[in-house]
Design a binder for this molecule. Structure first.
Ligand SMILES: [Zn+2]
Ligand SMILES: [Zn+2]
Length: 275
């Protein structure tokens, strides 16, 4: 049985208040995972939803989003897990070139099941958010190079169990030249392999403009060649998307040469055969 390693309780701009963290929100989330025949579902809210990381970055989006209580979040999930719900207590953590120590400190001391590492920003511009789009300020060559630079540094930081949506910019603006794209794939796959970190196959890309899994088949093959372990993710923000298109993710993994996926729990991983 498979696990969905990356889901959110609510759309990103919705409050992460008491109601969002209530059992009434968590039950349909877990029920959707069980309907999909999953073994477990990880809930991985964005680290930038929480007040504890407000000092990490002065950007106005970050400042506006960091208003919820990380203790309340952690406790709500841990309680639901303790009463037997098949969920993993996780978080999706950005990697910032400055201020990362604040994020690390905010996560310290809590036994997370998994910590996802994500790059959503290049300098002051968002990779995946139109309102602050990096594509409005720099060309796609510079954007991909900046993205890959951050992605590889995040992977190598040792802070994360899984690196998320590895070729995210493809959904939000034009691709760079074939040379830069090829370099991006090799550099990302090399860093993941050297770091020994998992990469997710995320079905979220199928629901975006690229209509393609993250990572693309070419990048996935390069990860497989280098022995990078994989996990499955939906990046669902509503229960209906949990475990969605996992059949296509498994098909892509098999086609790339994988015969197993990882299941993560307590920041430990075990291999499960596929196909
Ligand atoms: Zn993300
Ligand atoms: Zn996410």
């Amino acid at each position: 049985m498979l696990t969905d390693h990356h889901t959110h309780l609510r759309p990103d701009d919705d409050p992460l208040d008491e109601e969002a963290l209530s059992i009434e929100t968590i039950v349909p989330h877990v029920a959707a995972a069980m309907d999909q025949g999953l073994e477990a579902v990880a809930i991985t809210e964005h680290v930038y939803r929480f007040r504890a990381v407000k000092p990490a970055w002065a950007h106005e989006y970050w400042q506006a989003q960091t208003e919820w209580d990380i203790d309340a979040y952690w406790e709500a999930l841990s309680e639901a897990k303790a009463i037997g719900f098949p969920l993993l207590v996780g978080i999706e953590c950005d990697w910032l070139p400055d201020g990362q120590d604040v994020l690390v400190e905010a996560l310290r001391g809590r036994p997370w099941d998994l910590i996802l590492g994500s790059i959503h920003w290049v300098d002051e511009g968002a990779v995946d958010y139109d309102l602050y789009s990096a594509f409005d300020h720099i060309d796609s060559e510079a954007l991909w190079r900046g993205y890959v630079d951050r992605y590889t540094r995040a992977a190598m930081s040792g802070q994360f169990d899984v690196m998320t949506h590895s070729d995210l910019p493809k959904s939000f603006g034009p691709l760079p030249s074939p040379t830069t794209l090829n370099w991006s794939y090799d550099t990302i796959a090399d860093a993941l392999a050297e770091a020994g970190v998992c990469v997710e196959i995320s079905t979220a890309g199928l629901r975006k403009a690229a209509q393609d899994l993250y990572p693309s088949q070419v990048l996935l093959e390069r990860c497989c060649e280098r022995g990078v372990p994989i996990v499955l993710s939906s990046d669902a923000h509503v229960p209906a998307d949990i475990g969605r298109d996992f059949d296509l993710a498994v098909e892509a993994a098999l086609a790339a040469g994988y015969s197993e996926v990882m299941q993560i729990k307590g920041r430990d991983r075990r291999a499960v055969p596929i196909g």
